[in-house]
Write a protein that binds this ligand. Structure first.
Ligand code: CO8
Length: 373
């Protein structure tokens, strides 16, 4: 039977980057403004003074040193702390479409595919900029692809869940070749006024081409040996933004309509589940963990990845075995593990094995075992 393969990947990186130091300077300027505007209430014990952030804490707690964003000025303005992205007319290309087209072009060139070869587009990301028409349909049109497109959201695990949908579509024959896109504008739904999370996310878009080995002509092909998905309900990562918000005006604009998490709980609960899922999957496939050349893990936190890799391998993983892109990109939600795969596979030879794995809100976990053909 023909293998289902990843035949190309693409990456669009915004041109503007914010270092921890720049982000912390903006946050601390906001804290000073807030505390001085509320001095009387703070002194009367009616309000709590805000505490400053620290670049050292951020790097130590997360491994993040910088993040790319679609608009640096709006994020760093202590009076605004939101990217400045003016509305575009309906006739103009939307920003997620623009990012996706750039990433798609690289992935399609790598896969040796033209628009005529592709017949399905899946946009898999944590947030779509509008409910409809689906982002996928606009992107499909911008690329000149016939067939169908749809959007899906499983937060940080959207890409791996998308890979399984694409693989199944090619296996059943409902599509010959599928383009998956992960346009993540995390700065649009991050609370830059929240000390606990203001440093976590960045913006980026990744793209993946999936098809049968029978149609694939690229030099570099990765067989999807197995794909496993799991969801376990949790409120520890949550965003209550949605179309019903306007039905209760009292909640509009409140912090729960942005990303909120119990970071410690997420760390403690998710790591063992991810390690267990990968270990059981490898065992089922009779693949020894020691024969894995790489783990392209979701990029949320460096210590999390080191812990997961250690549990799977039974020893510390080297930086080559579990590469990180967190330092430069921060957490880019569903795109993180795909960026790691895109940037860290040059040394793969025929037969080499790796696991591409994501985890996040839901909770959701997706692990895809890949073998270079
Ligand atoms: N500067 C200085 N000190 C700080 C700061 C700061 N910015 N923030 C917290 N502190 C202090 C705290 O006050 C605390 O002080 P004390 O000990 O005196 O109480 C101390 O530092 C330790 O705080 P924490 O316990 O909160 O710190 P941790 O060591 O746990 O690190 C992390 C925090 C980095 C958030 C860590 O818990 C983590 O990474 N957890 C895992 C998170 C994760 O993987 N989340 C996945 C979410 S992603 C996802 O699913 C996608 C959602 C959709 C995308 C949304 C896009 C916006």
């Amino acid at each position: 039977m023909a293998a289902i393969v990843i035949s190309g990947t693409g990456l669009y990186t915004p041109s503007q980057s914010i270092s921890n130091e720049e982000l912390v300077a903006s946050f601390n300027a906001y804290v000073e403004l807030y505390n001085s505007e509320n001095t009387q209430q703070i002194e009367a014990g009616e309000l709590e003074a805000l505490q400053p952030s620290s670049a050292e804490f951020i790097e130590k707690a997360s491994g993040i040193k910088a993040r790319y964003v679609v608009d640096k000025e709006g994020v760093l303005d202590p009076h605004r702390m939101v990217p400045n992205l003016p509305d575009r007319p309906n006739e103009a290309q939307s920003i997620q479409c623009e990012m996706a087209v750039a990433a798609a072009q690289e992935a399609m060139a790598q896969a040796n595919k033209s628009a005529a070869d592709i017949d399905a587009v899946i946009v898999a990301a944590s947030n779509m900029q509008r409910p409809y028409p689906a982002m996928a349909v606009e992107i499909q049109d911008a690329l000149g692809i016939k067939g169908f497109g749809f959007d899906m959201n499983v937060a940080c695990s959207s890409a791996t869940f998308g890979i399984q949908q694409a693989r199944d579509a090619v296996l059943t024959g409902s599509a010959r070749c599928v383009l998956i896109l992960n346009p993540e504008i995390c700065s649009g739904h991050l609370n830059f006024r929240d000390r606990d999370s203001h440093f976590i996310f960045g913006d980026v878009c990744t793209a993946i081409v999936i098809e049968s080995s029978e149609t694939a002509t690229a030099d570099e092909l990765y067989e999807i040996v197995d794909s496993k998905l799991q969801t376990i309900y949790s409120n520890n990562i949550r965003n209550n933004f949605g179309f019903l918000n306007r039905c209760d005006i009292s909640g509009v604009g409140s912090p729960d309509k942005l990303f909120v998490q119990e970071g410690r709980k997420v760390f403690k609960e998710v790591c063992p589940e991810v390690a267990k899922q990968i270990s059981e999957q490898l065992e089922k496939l009779s693949i020894s963990p020691q024969s894995l050349k790489r783990m392209w893990l979701h990029q949320a936190n460096l210590s999390m990845n080191q812990l997961i890799a250690k549990r799977v391998l039974g020893r510390d993983a080297s930086a080559e075995e579990a590469p990180t892109i967190l330092n430069e990109y921060a957490n880019t939600s569903s795109a993180g593990s795909v960026i790691a795969f895109h940037k860290h596979r040059d040394d793969f030879l025929a037969g080499d094995l790796g696991v591409l794995c994501s985890f996040g809100a839901g909770y959701s976990i997706g692990s895809v075992v890949l073998r270079r053909l």
